[in-house]
Design a protein around this ligand. Structure first.
Ligand SMILES: [Zn+2]
Length: 87
């Protein structure tokens, strides 16, 4: 009985820690695309498979001196406003 009680307290602590970690992440991050608060780098609305790769390519192209529009077109990054305007 003693052992069971100790075990359950430890579990509770772990759960509390996980909860606060998740809460902190959710407050810390904004969507890289629409800038809304999001628990991830991209909110559910903007996210599509491979968006992280496209976004990284987009940033690399900007570094190389391309304009935001050029970088968006070349990378296939669908989060940039410029793409929506062009389509
Ligand atoms: Zn978004």
């Amino acid at each position: 009985m003693h052992k069971f009680k100790r075990h359950s307290v430890a579990q509770q602590r772990t759960r509390t820690r996980q909860f606060y970690q998740r809460k902190q992440e959710a407050v810390m991050t904004n969507c890289n695309s629409c800038n809304k608060q999001s628990p991830t780098a991209f909110c559910e609305q903007c996210h599509y498979p491979g968006i992280e790769d496209d976004y990284q390519t987009y940033l690399d192209l900007l570094d190389e001196g391309h304009s935001r529009h050029q970088a968006a077109v070349l990378s296939g990054w669908r989060g940039a406003e410029e793409i929506e305007e062009a389509v």
